[in-house]
Design a protein around this ligand. Structure first.
Ligand SMILES: C[S@@+](CC[C@H](N)C(=O)[O-])C[C@H]1O[C@@H](n2cnc3c(N)ncnc32)[C@H](O)[C@@H]1O
Length: 235
């Protein structure tokens, strides 16, 4: 297992990492969990690379917002008796893990949907970062107000979903044992320090920059803001 700490912007690294996984592990059948309105991979790339690509989402409204041409599957990844017979080389999610109420069921359902040796890649925010801690603690109506103020004021472009942040931490011992307990091999656990939520408050932004520099020198898995985890189903 490779544990990495980074100050880079995970939003910029996400697609690169996704494509590296597809290439490195020769993945042809892909399933994006919670792909919703904004699937990560374009139809152009899917056709060019002859990928077999499915977006799975709990919300028909979100699936309908995704462009026509994608294979769409309406399902709750946390359903105990998830009835999907297909298996995939590669299953991935972006900003989904923090929304699921039962993380064990989520990751064990993903495990079942993977072919032996298949790869899972999840990108999620981590709980102890202050903006996410506040989002977790606040009543929904206040969290919605702050989301509009600091993140996005356009409910069509970016809808807010309730977040629980279960199993959403950096590479802590507990997180590692959670994934290993489900029989996954952890290939990479990458924790990212810092975020861009303080851009509009200059003093806070500057203090935050200093804290991030300090964390990069003295990494702590509890103080990341985002994480990538790349897992393999043991064959
Ligand atoms: C914050 S959005 C992220 C959408 C997209 N991945 C992106 O980054 O733009 C979360 C998505 O996960 C879906 N979702 C939430 N819980 C889910 C579940 N239990 N099973 C499947 N999809 C779920 C929501 O409907 C929504 O489309």
């Amino acid at each position: 297992m490779q544990v990495i700490y980074d100050q880079a912007d995970p939003w910029e690294l996400y697609l690169k990492t996704l494509n590296q996984c597809i290439e490195q592990y020769s993945c042809k059948s892909l399933c994006e969990i919670g792909g919703g309105a904004f699937p990560a991979i374009s139809l152009e790339q899917i056709n060019r690379q002859k990928l077999d690509y499915t977006i799975l989402d709990i919300s028909q409204v979100e699936l309908d917002r995704a462009p026509q041409g994608y294979r769409k599957l309406l399902a709750d990844i946390c359903q105990p008796d998830l009835n999907i017979t297909e298996q995939y080389d590669f299953i991935f999610s972006k900003m989904l893990a923090e929304h699921v109420k039962d993380p064990e069921l989520f990751h064990s359902n993903v495990y079942k949907l993977l072919k032996p040796g298949g790869i899972a890649f999840h990108f999620f925010p981590t709980l102890h970062s202050l903006p996410f801690m506040i989002n977790w603690l606040l009543p929904e109506f206040i969290a919605n107000f702050l989301f509009k103020l600091f993140v996005c004021n356009d409910p069509i472009e970016h809808k807010r979903f309730s977040a629980h942040y279960k199993w959403c931490k950096g590479p802590t011992k507990k997180q590692i044992s959670n994934f290993e307990g489900l029989n996954y091999e952890i290939l990479v656990y990458q924790g990212f320090f810092g975020h861009k939520y303080y851009q509009r408050i200059h003093l806070l932004r500057d203090i935050h920059k200093l804290v991030v520099k300090l964390l990069a020198r003295f990494p702590n898995p509890y103080l990341t803001s985002f994480a990538f985890v790349i897992l393999r189903k043991k064959s």
